[in-house]
Design a binder for this molecule. Structure first.
Ligand code: GLP
Length: 245
């Protein structure tokens, strides 16, 4: 396991941004998966900022979102589509053909999930996947208990996030909300993964992910078994790790 600990948040954001830029420079035709949330916003904006000042080719790269909220408009500011567009995709000038997302609304989600997996496979599979980490150990929307053999699917989101999205979008309780996400099997098939976690609220789950048992109760613990996964942490998130002398 490769664990990288950044001393400051700025160092963390810079290191995370560099993982993506480095992949694009080394292999412009890469397929790169991105996660949304508080952890990755700055790294996305930094990639865009660096590209603005020191342009590098982006036209051959395919970007995709790991997951998406379902039951709301994709133009809602908290939808992963809009977050990625706003933070990174538009600033880089990536066209629709090179930006793949699961839908927020769809008549046939199982088919949309299968199409999403197939399209990623058709483009050669995932070269680099940036993964955020839920406070309960979730990866994408794969909550505790999700099967390690799972493929892209629609599942539920954690209660806190659902409550926030209902409030922000005015979605009534009788309208179902969910989370479309690559499954854990899909995630584990990525050639290279960088798990990113920063902040004190991730301290406990980071130690369970890395130094606890590999169990579906902590979905991210499965990454202990991935052959090329780097865990990029800031000092706060790494605060409870037991280090060898
Ligand atoms: C959300 C997203 C995930 C993200 C995770 C961490 O549920 N669906 O893709 O990785 O939570 O979010 P944050 O970085 O805000 O802690």
């Amino acid at each position: 396991m490769k664990i990288t600990i950044a001393n400051t948040e700025q160092e963390f954001d810079c290191a995370a941004a560099w993982r993506v830029i480095g992949q694009m420079l080394a292999c412009p035709a890469s397929v790169i998966g991105l996660s949304t949330g508080r952890t990755t916003g700055n790294m996305h904006r930094l990639i865009a900022e660096i590209h603005g000042r020191y342009p590098f080719p982006v036209g051959e790269t395919t970007f995709f979102g790991l997951d998406e909220v379902t039951g709301v408009s994709r133009h809602y500011s908290g939808a992963c589509y809009t977050m990625l567009k706003t933070e990174l995709i538009d600033a880089l000038g990536v066209d629709e053909e090179h930006f793949l997302m699961l839908p927020t609304r769809c008549d046939d989600f199982p088919r949309a999930c299968a199409d999403f997996r197939n399209e990623i496979a058709r483009r050669g599979g995932i070269d680099l996947l940036i993964l955020g980490l839920g406070e309960n150990g979730h990866l994408g929307f794969n909550q505790p208990g999700s099967p390690f053999g799972g493929e892209a699917w629609v599942t539920h989101m954690n209660a806190e996030l659902e409550e926030r999205i209902r409030r922000e979008t005015g979605t009534p309780p009788d309208v179902p909300l969910g989370g479309a996400t690559l499954g854990i099997k899909d995630i584990m098939q990525a050639r290279r993964i960088v798990l990113v976690a920063k902040g004190e609220n991730k301290t406990d789950i980071v130690s369970r992910m890395l130094q606890g048992p590999v169990t579906p109760d902590v979905p991210a613990s499965v990454l202990q078994l991935h052959p090329d996964c780097e865990f990029l942490l800031d000092a706060k998130a790494a605060g409870k790790l037991r280090m060898k002398n």
